[in-house]
Design a protein around this ligand. Sequence first.
Ligand code: SAM
Length: 127
Amino acid sequence: MKPRVLVACEYSGRVRDEFAARGWDAWSCDFEESDTVGQHYRGDVRDLLKQHWDMLIAFPPCTYLCGSGMHWTTRGLRDPKLTEEALAFVHLLMNSTPPPYSNREPNRCYQHSYLQTHSDNPAISVR
Ligand SMILES: C[S@@+](CC[C@H](N)C(=O)[O-])C[C@H]1O[C@@H](n2cnc3c(N)ncnc32)[C@H](O)[C@@H]1O
């Protein structure tokens, strides 16, 4: 059976298609329609988290998380609740099984978390 990967918060299909080309049962998911033809769930990724996935890659929105925008919050010009909610979504993804890999977090904490969890798995390599 093919390993299953869910590429969450992706509408471009770029990562999904790379995995599909390498023999994975690869799905992307986003509120938006996929830009390219492929296996895509249009809707909330939370609908899919209870399914079995061998890998979860996520590109959650970074608008209220990235360092380049946090000055709006720290200067009191943006509701901190927006960041709390964005972080809660990230934590939801990270606490799903298996933990996600994402390249959207500026300080790369997702990668660290992912590598710590999967560094002994020869099927997975992250450059
Ligand atoms: C910055 S974009 C990432 C784009 C991605 N790198 C790509 O190549 O398509 C973040 C995406 O997360 C999606 N998104 C946010 N919350 C979501 C959710 N709960 N379920 C599914 N998609 C979600 C948004 O619709 C948006 O397209």
